[in-house]
Structure formats: C-alpha cells, structure tokens
Write a protein of this length. Structure first.
Length: 376
C-alpha cells in the first residue's frame, strides 16, 4: 500500500503529519488516514508528496496501481506522468487502463488521446496516428476544443509519418476550429506547425506568411521566438541574409532558455556565413557549442567545419569534422552529404557516411560537382 510508504518516508525526514499536511495543503486527519491505509491518496496529493519527499515514481507506482482501480484517478495520473515525460511509468499506468476500458466506453476517448501522446513521445508515430484518429472518432463531431486538439494531433502524427500534404490540410482544419472557438493561442500553435511543415517541403514564401500570422497569435507566448526564427530563416532563403540578420537581432530577447539560445546562435551563425561575415559567423557558432545543456547540436559542428574551411583554417575544420563524427545519429541526408563533401575536400576518410548506400548512389554526382567547384 502507498500509505505506509509515505509514512516511512515522512518519518525518515523527521517531519510531523501536521508539517507535511500544511506543505501539501491537505488536512492532517486526511493525511493520517492515508498513511494508515484507511483512505486512498488522491493524485494531486500524491504528486505533491512525491515532490516534497523527493520520491521517484518507481518507489510507489506498483503499490499505487495495486490499490487504485478507479478510472478517473488513473487517467489523471497518466496525464501527469506524460506531462513530465515519465514515459516508462505512463506506459505501465496506461497498460492497466487498457484492461479497465475494454468494457467501459465512458473513458475511451481520453484513453485514446493518452495512448496517442504516449506513442508520440516514444517516437512510434504510426501508432500515435492510429490512436489520435481513434480519439477523433470517439470525441464526437460537434465543434469543441477536444475535437480541435484531436485534429491538431492527427496533423502532427501525419507530418511525422511523412504524409506532409495531408498534414497541411489537417493543420488548416485545426486552425479554423480553434478560430471558431476563439482559442487564439492554440490557433497560433497550429499555424506554427503548418509553417514548419511548409519549410520542410521548400515552400519558404508561403511559410514566411504563415510564420507571421502565427507570431501575431502568439504574442507574449514563449513560442513567439520560434515563429520569429522561422520568419528569419524564410527571409534568408527568399530575400537576403542581411534582412534575416536584422530580424534575428530583434528576437534575441525571446531566447529565454538554453535550447532556444542554441537555436538562436546556430542560425545567426549560418546567416552571417551566407552574408560573407565569417568572423561573426564563427563567433555565433562557437557560442552555440559552448552551451552546457542540452548537448551541442551535431549540425553546429558541421557548420563550424564549413566556416573554418572557408576561413582557410583547415586544421580546425578537420577537428570540427571529427567532433561531428562523434555523434551517432545524422539529422538527415543533407548532413551526411555535407560531411562527405567536406571529408573529401579536407582529405579525411569519409567511410562512416559512405556506408549509407542510398546516399552514395543518390548524391554521388552532386558530391563530385561540389568538390570540383570547391577545388577551383
């Protein structure tokens, strides 16, 4: 049972029930009853106690699932675990819910949604599409926030499975639904996702317009940075690096976390390189790589390699190339092609990337042409 575990942890920390109850905002009598196994602990209280006691989910999950059989608390627990990205624990809870929902259609819609979120976080995008589509079927046809969110999630899963044209249509439908519901922020998220998809297929001019509309929806939201970054990238492609640099300089204040600061420095470095300002490019790429956490982006090492080669600093370019090789997963085929070209240009063995047969066969002519141009 969970109660005795909580009591044991409280006593180990030297706290009284009154002190703990005050900190998690519950009555002392309720907490005492939970510890003695007389009452089941609520999801909100258990989460608060986990944080207060610095518990791991694994410390109480098995005991919690043994005694909790009610659908609603289990669904709320799964939602919480997915929100904090505890995928392993969420999968266990949803496994129990799957057995309970077989004959209970009341909670089937929420269950399908959570299974979709779980599959998406696991990178199983085909399964996520299946569950999000099932959620749409069970959430009714009347306009509602739940239905709009379901459509948006279907669009995300479609994009991840490579069905880009269909995902663009679904993003449009989701955006219209959110607009009807006056859900401006959610409409902005949907437009931002559509704009990101447009850049993937090379529709930069249309993407530029959609990024601007998303930015208007997301004023004051942290995702405004991503809208403005997308606008700057599309401007760089469709107009000039100089104009994109001016946009980037305006949005530095929105890069409020490490991940966004890395994106800011990396992309500004690329734009400086394209504008021929190599010293400033090197400064920005170096700033991106100096962020302690999260780990550096592999394509920042690719960019550093190219920048150093253009500056004639071949020893530093080769070092950056080797650092890139330390990362096991290439972002995409473009990274592999770029690294093959730079490896051959710098006289470094490129076998790790040449093992990718489809890249070698598809891009060999382009690689040879690029090397010829670099050698002139």
């Amino acid at each position: 049972m969970v109660g005795p575990l909580l009591r044991q942890r409280r006593m180990a920390l030297g706290l009284t029930t009154a002190q703990v109850a005050a900190q998690v905002d519950v009555r002392r009598e309720y907490l005492s009853a939970v510890e003695r196994g007389k009452r089941q602990v609520g999801v909100k209280t258990l989460i608060a106690l986990t944080q207060l006691f610095t518990f791991s989910t694994k410390d109480w999950l098995e005991a919690y699932l043994t005694e909790e059989t009610r659908m609603s608390p289990l669904l709320r627990m799964a939602e919480h675990l997915l929100r904090i990205s505890d995928v392993e624990a969420a999968e266990v809870v949803l496994g129990k819910l799957r057995r309970l929902t077989r004959n209970n259609h009341r909670y089937q819609s929420r269950f399908c949604h959570l299974m979709g979120v779980l599959s998406y976080q696991q990178g199983r995008y085909g399964r996520a599409l299946h569950w999000f589509s099932a959620y749409l079927k069970t959430s009714g046809t009347a306009p509602s926030r739940a239905h709009a969110e379901g459509m948006y999630n279907v669009a995300l899963a479609l994009r991840k499975t490579g069905q880009l044209a269909t995902s663009l249509d679904k993003f449009d439908i989701a955006t219209r639904m959110f607009g009807t519901l006056n859900a401006k922020i959610e409409a902005g998220y949907s437009r931002l996702s559509k704009a990101n998809t447009l850049t993937v297929i090379g529709a930069f001019q249309e993407g530029l317009l959609v990024y601007r509309r998303a930015a208007a929806d997301l004023r004051g939201d942290p995702w405004l940075f991503d809208c403005k970054l997308g606008e700057a990238i599309c401007t760089c492609v469709t107009r000039s690096p100089a104009k994109s640099i001016s946009i980037m300089q305006e949005i530095e204040k929105y890069a409020t976390d490490r991940d966004r600061r890395i994106k800011f420095h990396h992309n500004l470095g690329v734009m400086y390189r394209l504008a021929g300002r190599l010293d400033e490019s090197l400064q920005q790429i170096t700033a991106a790589l100096q962020q302690i956490s999260p780990p550096p982006r592999p394509d920042s090492f690719a960019e550093l390699c190219l920048c150093q080669a253009l500056r004639g600093n071949y020893a530093a370019a080769i070092e950056a190339l080797h650092r890139f090789h330390e990362f096991t997963g290439l972002k995409d085929d473009q990274d592999a092609v770029a690294m093959i070209i730079m490896s051959r240009y710098l006289g470094v063995h490129a076998e790790p990337w040449l093992r990718m047969r489809h890249i070698r066969e598809t891009y060999e002519c382009r690689i040879s042409t690029a090397l010829d141009l670099l050698s002139r």
